[in-house]
Design a protein around this ligand. Sequence first.
Ligand code: NAD
Ligand code: IPM
Ligand code: MN
Length: 357
Amino acid sequence: MAHRIAVIAGDGIGTEVMPEGIRALEVAAKRFKIDLAFTTFEFGSCDYYLEHGKMLPDDWFDQLKDFDALFYGAVGWPDKVPDHISLWGSLLQFRRQFDQYINLRPCKLMPGIKSPLAGREPGDIDFYVVRENTEGEYSSVGGKMFEGTEREIVLQETVMSRVGVDRVLKYAFDLAQTRPRKKLTSATKSNGISITMPYWDERVAEMAKHYPEIAVDKFHIDILTANFVLHPDWFDVVVGSNLFGDILSDLGPACTGTIGIAPSANINPEGKFPSLFEPVHGSAPDIAGKGIANPIGQIWSGAMMLEHLGYKEAADAMVTAIEEVLSEGSRQVLTRDVGGQGSTVSLGQAIAERIGG
Ligand code: NAD
Ligand code: IPM
Ligand code: MN
C-alpha cells in the first residue's frame, strides 16, 4: 500500500528546496522499494492568502487528516502578509490541530562543514533539541486592552498543562535512553519566570525519578545559549519549552555551520494524526529566487519522514549520502552557506545520485 504524503511547499525558498526533497525521496523509494504517493497542495502559502484571504481552506483538516505524513517547505513572506497571520494561519494550526506535540530537531556537525566555533570537529556536536510544540509561550490566551490609548496593554499568557509538559519530557527521556551517553539537559528560566518555569523544573525532577540511568542537568536559558557556543560537546538530548526550543534549534545548527541543513519532525507520537516534516529554516526572502538555498534541511527532513514511516535503512542511506557529498567538498556542487559556489539543484542532484547507490 502506498504511503500518502501531502506536499506543501509554502513560500520563498520553500518552493526551491521542496523539489530537491522530493527528488531525494523518490530515489530512496525506488532503491528501497517503498511506495510513496505525493499529493501537492497550493494552500499554506502567502500567495494563496492574497488570492483567498486566508492561508488554508475551511476544510483543510479533513483534506489532510488521512495522509500518512505532511512534507512542508517553509512559510512566510512578511512583505505580503504579516508573519503572525501567515504562521498562525498555517504551520501553527497543523502543529496544534494535529497534536504534533514533539518537535524533534537533530543538530550535528557534519564532515566537510567548518563550524564557526574554533577547533570543533564532527563528533563534538551531535545532539537533539526536543521542543514542546503545542503550548507554552505560543499561546492564544491574551489580548489587548485600551487599544490606541496611553493606557494600552497587551498580554499573552504562557500555558503549561501537566499533560503537555509531561508528554514532551517523557519523549525526551525515552530518547535519551536510546543514546549511548544517556544524558538529558533541561532548558529553564525558573530564576526569573517564577510560576511556569519552576513548574517545568518540578515536572522534570518528577519524570527523572522514572529514569534512574539518565544523567539529568538543567541550565537557565541565558547561560544555556552561552554553553551551546562554549561547550556544545556537553549536550546529548536538550528539552525545552516551545520558545526556548525554537531559539535553541536555530542556535544549535548555526554552531554546526549553517541553519540550511537543519531538519525537523513535528510528531504526533500516537499516530492519531499525520506528523509533519520540514526544515528548521524559513522562506529566506533575502536569497529566494536565486536558486542558491541549501536543500539539505529539506532532504534530511525527508529522511526523518521515512524513518517515522518505518524505513530506518532508507533514512540512514539518505543521511549517509548527505554526509558523503558534504565531505567530498566539491565547490561546484555545494551551496554558498557551506563554502561552495553551486546551486540548490546541483547539491540536490549530487545527493540524489548518491542515494541511488
Ligand atoms: P530564515 O530561516 O528564513 O532565514 C534566516 C537566514 O538564514 C537568512 O539569511 C537566510 O538566507 C538564511 N537561510 C535560511 N535557510 C537557508 C538555506 N536553506 N540555505 C541557505 N541559507 C539559508 O528566517 P527569517 O529570515 O527569520 O524568516 C523569513 C520568513 O520565514 C519569515 O516569514 C518567517 O516567519 C518565516 N519562517 C518560517 C519558518 C517555517 O516555515 N518553519 C521557520 C522560520 C521562519
Ligand atoms: C520554526 C519557526 C516557527 C516557530 C515560526 C515561523 C512560527 O521559527 O519552525 O522554528 O517559531 O515555531
Ligand atoms: Mn524557529
